[in-house]
Design a protein around this ligand. Sequence first.
Ligand SMILES: [Zn+2]
Length: 378
Amino acid sequence: MTLLLPLKLMNKSRSLSSFALILLLFVGFFACTSTLTERDTQDNQQNQAVADVEVEGDIEEDSDVDATDAEFVSDADADQTDGSDADQTDGSDADAAAPFAWSYEPGQTYTSESGYVEFIAGDTPIIITAPHGGYDEPDEIEDRTGTTVRDAYTLELSRELAAAFYEATGRHPHVVSLLMARTKLDANREIEEAAQGDPLAEQVWHEFHAFTEEAKEFAVATHGQGFYIDLHGHGHLLQVIELGYLLSSSTLRQDDSTLDDPEYADASSIRALYYDRADELTFSQLLRGATSFGALLHDRGFPSVPSPERESLAYGYPYFSGGPNTRLHGSRDGGTISGVQVEANQSIRFEEDARLEFAEGFAEAIAEFVEIHYGFEF
Ligand SMILES: [Zn+2]
């Protein structure tokens, strides 16, 4: 993104200059007073300074514990994302579909060395992670303290989503799922809290994020950008999918014109996508307009927030605004992978039929979103 935007602007001013030259030839001595103002290099410098994003109860789960676990900011992680993405954006901008050494077979399921991370390899710029649905509880790891509740059926849902996506499009998203239970490892926390010092848990944490990084590299190398989803399940009473873009509930309660202040795009996990689409969409339109991810889910019968029908939740309703993975793997701190935390409500997870129906609509919504906003063709 850092490189994409200036490039686009340069191209525009170059074509404007050629046009001016031709105009001059035709008009001869007629003074062409229309000044071609150098397009204001609109404020696209990636100002790293981002307001503190309030994370409202990042601890979801099927207990109704109103958790107020704090902030997880990691500069080290942000750097990682930044560096690798920027380099590869450059290359792929020249032309997409550059050859990329991808050592996986799309659609195949791989297991990490420890056996506790599952990776379904993809062939699209779509990356899905499911950190809280695992069942395995090896005795050799002591139970963690803190929130350890499983996001029920999200492991199943991640696999069903991969299958539904293939069914709908003939292509594969990348899906990384933790098979280990949250009592032993939380793959949506910084490593210290995630693994609590256990060497095996730490290894598994690294495996989970290494697969995710590889999938991101694939997306960037082949398409210059990507769409990331961190998949969870909430236990809130209101049966609505909560989409977390790192913007708090009180932020979302503001009107569109307020949200269109760049400070909110800059603080969001879809920052890169916003700047890429800024010629056509305002930030509030990307966030909750007619082609927002929430709208595409709603269109398929799955009420979501934010969306045109439900721009925000009223004061007092619990809402998950996005956690460590969304910060680490989305574009708030750099890179060209934009992301969202998807917190599925219980009524579309617990019963298999309902869940399969959701997986189908979810897959279609993802496909439509990347077609519209990433120009990806299936
Ligand atoms: Zn979760």
